[in-house]
Write a protein that binds this ligand. Structure first.
Ligand SMILES: Nc1ncnc2c1ncn2[C@@H]1O[C@H](COP(=O)(O)OP(=O)(O)OP(=O)(O)O)[C@@H](O)[C@H]1O
Length: 268
């Protein structure tokens, strides 16, 4: 078991903004967390990041329970994060190599002296993610797509058991998005890959290696299970409260809205 959330709820004021979240992730699974804006995705990630604590319920990562402060540091190294929040914190002047190295210490910026093994690992990851040619460039000079690759390499430095990619294709053009998705797919297929959670609100970004999907709606689990069972026209029409049609191309789902005029004969 990699992650287990049991009846996790979060209250702010008199409102429950997460309600009874149950989610179990086994080793070797790759999951998508799909939800519309405001569905609670960031809240769940903040819980996993220990930025915030559950009002009710329990969270376990690799058998370690969250909320026990002495485990916070160890847990943080077990979970690799790629998110725009981290991107904004990267120090100006750090080059891509340094950004990747800092991942070994779960720090932003490099305060400790990296070992030769760490340097070698960082170079290997920069190569794997296709960013070795800009290893010496300052992070702030990189394009959005290049930055995301560097951040994924950084997140992998500490050899996490769980890697969370929070909307990694934000701000990427179509080509850059598809190229990044290709790299993520390659990464996920590796036998020593960490368990991955891909957080998105875009159905068409769901790669075939992400066999499991959790649908999050208004702070609650709408449904969770095999991706192909979640990605049906019927299921997603109920999820979005809107008649939609799911079609598959190259093992990836694509979503289109069903227009009222052809709704009668169009849906199966
Ligand atoms: N501190 C807070 N107090 C009250 N409500 C909050 C607080 N933090 C978040 N919320 C609410 O909880 C809901 C879920 O927010 P969250 O940011 O997790 O959504 P999200 O799924 O990440 O959306 P997006 O895709 O837009 O990033 C929203 O309605 C938000 O307004």
């Amino acid at each position: 078991m990699v992650l287990k959330m049991e009846n996790v709820s979060l209250r702010r004021g008199d409102r429950w903004i997460l309600k009874d979240i149950n989610w179990e992730i086994e080793k070797g699974e790759h999951w998508v967390l799909l939800g519309l804006n405001g569905s609670g995705k960031t809240l769940i990630l903040n819980l996993l990041n220990s930025y915030t604590f559950a009002t009710k319920g329990e969270i376990n990562v690799l058998g370690m329970q969250f909320g026990k402060t002495y485990l916070a540091e160890r847990l943080r190294k077990q979970i690799g994060f790629v998110s725009s929040a981290i991107q904004q914190k990267i120090h100006e002047g750090d080059n891509a190599f340094e950004v990747v190295l800092s991942g070994a210490f779960a720090s932003i910026g490099l305060y400790e002296r990296p070992t030769d093994d760490m340097r070698e690992r960082a170079i290997g990851l920069l190569e794997d993610l296709g960013c070795i040619e800009y290893a010496n460039r300052n992070y702030e000079t990189l394009s959005q797509g290049e930055r995301q690759r560097v951040l994924i390499a950084r997140a992998l430095m500490a050899e996490p058991s769980l890697l969370i990619l929070d909307e990694p294709t934000n701000g990427l053009d179509f080509i850059a998005r598809e190229k990044l998705l290709e790299s993520i797919e390659e990464l996920a297929k590796k036998p020593d890959a960490p368990t991955m959670i891909y957080v998105t609100h875009h159905v068409e970004e769901i790669l075939p290696v992400f066999h499991k999907t959790l649908l999050l709606k208004e702070g609650e689990v709408f449904d969770a299970g095999k991706t192909n069972e979640m990605m049906t026209s019927e299921q997603l029409s109920a999820f979005f409260d809107l008649p939609v049609d799911v079609s598959w191309h190259n093992d990836r789902p694509f979503l289109s809205k069903i227009e009222m005029a052809n709704k009668r004969g169009g849906r199966t």
